[in-house]
Design a binder for this molecule. Sequence first.
Ligand code: UDP
Length: 234
Amino acid sequence: MKYKRILLKLSGESLMGSGQYGIDPKRLEQYGNEIKAIKEMGIEVAIVIGGGNIFRGVQAEGSGIERVQGDYMGMLATVINGMALQSALEKVGLYTRLMSGIKMEQVCEPFIRRRAIRHLEKGRIVIFGAGIGNPYFTTDSTASLRAIEIQADVVLKGTRVDGVYTADPEKDPTATRYSELSFQEAYEKNLNIMDMTAFTLCQENNLPIIVFDMNKPGNLMKIVKGDNAGTLIN
Ligand code: UDP
């Protein structure tokens, strides 16, 4: 295995599966199995999940809900997704902990860095919910920050496309996938990998990112083995 401890970032949208909103049970089951497979290879797995399938802060604009309020709503959405994912992982026999950036003790543990690391060492899968607990951030930034805090070897950003392309592959048929890129190149070419806050955190802390297609069965396993199945930014 190429990596010992990974941070997997899943977007909220990916949980919708073929639906337009909410959580698709089939997708959840698929993720549970994919994650189980890599866990069985001895990899320590931490997960940050987004909330875009339920609510996004920017969505609030123009709806009478103020931005900061909207951001908190988005963070709560990530906890809902985290709970769903936790159940899916437990269903396939994995041990998990959900840790939240906003205290809600009846539902999950508060995020405590040392404790998160301990959970990972004990073989539990740690899901980080509620983002970093602050408005004006995203779950991509959460993924970068938590990955650095827990000293993960890599951030695996699961998306709907299998990597970073020279142009939008859904619009331009001549677009080709990069198998590897430097942070500098990605920045200069203005490639949209993560928001700048998230991207810079990784760059400054020498934390590699891999963008890959999480929806293709077996892909997560390929990535942790070091196969060229996505785009590596380092
Ligand atoms: N959010 C936030 N602070 C954080 C993480 C998330 O305010 O640290 C809010 C923000 O409004 C964001 C929403 O939660 O739009 C849902 O997260 P995100 O859009 O990153 O989810 P994804 O696009 O990955 O589904």
